[in-house]
Design a protein around this ligand. Structure first.
Ligand SMILES: Nc1ncnc2c1ncn2[C@@H]1O[C@H](COP(=O)(O)OP(=O)(O)O)[C@@H](O)[C@H]1O
Ligand SMILES: CC(=O)N[C@@H](CCC(=O)OP(=O)(O)O)C(=O)O
Length: 302
């Protein structure tokens, strides 16, 4: 037996990194995290592969990740190819019956399949479903008001009910549910197109998730967009509610979703930069909080 000096192991810094993650691992163990992967953050193959690694890492670290995905740019490209003109009103895609077929084909048949495939490169984990399956998401026709007038934007749904049964069964079985934002209709036998941020927030609230994490193609919510790129790092629900009327385009459903989530039991809702590789791990396992975090009222001012 030697009592000589301790040997220097080159891998020691790796052990240090793992140990630093311990408080976060303890805090999040067994908690449900709903992650919304936006179509704009989904355009790069390396980013998609890193996203899949992060989600699988969370699962093996004892969390319960649920993925809700978008696919706006992919839907627009497919509609273009099909010669179907598409426009957005009040931040939502005007969805004719023909466009709805394309939306469903792209989300459930293309984007969801690709994500499930990437996740399952790491084991038999991911199972894809749409909101139609097992009544996971039910909706009625959504008619937004634009300048005081109700506007018909076709088969766009407003969520009326979430049934978490199928998702919870998958989670209990150790699987990673990957949900496309299409809803069954409560009015007729058809389906509705639902904004993916809205679907993710409603699912997070219904599941009693600890965290809603929305990955997008900007650093977070900018204070004075587009004139400044100062990111608001923390907001209470009431502070966010006051900002909502001034927000535009894609940020509206995201921030409305974050507000809905924290007002309905979710502990934190975060908008983070999906263009940063491993942004999910940075957000969950370090105190380098990147992006914008929304918390319920009564949890301190930013
Ligand atoms: N205050 C704001 N801060 C940051 N981005 C904003 C803001 N207001 C509007 N945006 C726009 O919202 C976009 C993100 O929404 P969206 O295009 O729907 O992305 P995703 O496909 O990830 O859902 C940003 O790229 C930016 O152009
Ligand atoms: C009603 C509505 O607008 N639905 C969206 C659904 C996809 C989505 O939300 O994708 P992103 O998250 O990538 O934007 C759409 O048709 O584009």
């Amino acid at each position: 037996m030697s009592n000589g000096p301790t040997r220097k192991h080159t891998a020691l810094p790796k052990a240090q990194i793992l140990v630093e993650a311990l408080p976060w691992l303890t805090r999040h163990h067994g908690k449900t995290v709903v992650i919304k992967f936006g179509g704009n953050a989904m355009v790069d193959d390396d980013l998609k592969a890193a996203f899949a690694q992060d989600v699988v890492f969370l699962r093996h670290a004892g969390l319960k990740p649920v993925v809700v995905h978008g696919g706006g740019p992919q839907i627009s490209a497919a509609l273009d190819r099909a010669g179907i003109v598409s426009e957005f009103k009040a931040g939502l895609r005007v969805t004719t019956e023909d466009a709805m077929d394309v939306v469903r084909m792209v989300l459930a048949g293309q984007v969801q399949r690709e994500l499930v495939g990437l996740l399952n490169q790491h084991g038999p984990l991911a199972v894809g479903l749409t909101g139609e399956d097992a009544h996971t998401i039910t909706a009625t026709k959504h008619q937004p008001r634009i300048e005081g007038e109700l506007v018909d934007i076709g088969r766009v749904g407003q969520i009326t009910e979430i049934d978490t049964g199928a998702v919870e069964t998958l989670l209990a079985d150790g699987r990673i549910p990957v949900v496309s934002s299409i809803a069954r209709s409560q009015d007729d036998g058809h389906v509705y197109n639902v904004n993916a941020d809205t679907a993710a927030a409603a699912l997070a609230a219904a599941l009693g998730a600890e965290t809603l994490m929305v990955l997008t193609d900007v650093e977070g919510l900018y204070e004075d967009w587009p004139d400044s790129d100062e990111v608001i790092s923390r907001l209470t629900a009431t502070q966010l509610e006051k900002l909502l009327p001034d927000l535009s385009s894609g940020m509206v459903p995201k921030m409305e979703g974050c507000l809905h989530a924290v007002r309905n039991g979710v502990t934190t809702a975060r908008v983070i930069d999906g263009r940063v590789q491993h942004s999910i791990l940075l957000e969950i396992f370090t105190d380098e909080g990147i992006g914008t975090m929304v918390v319920p009222d009564g949890q301190g001012e930013p």
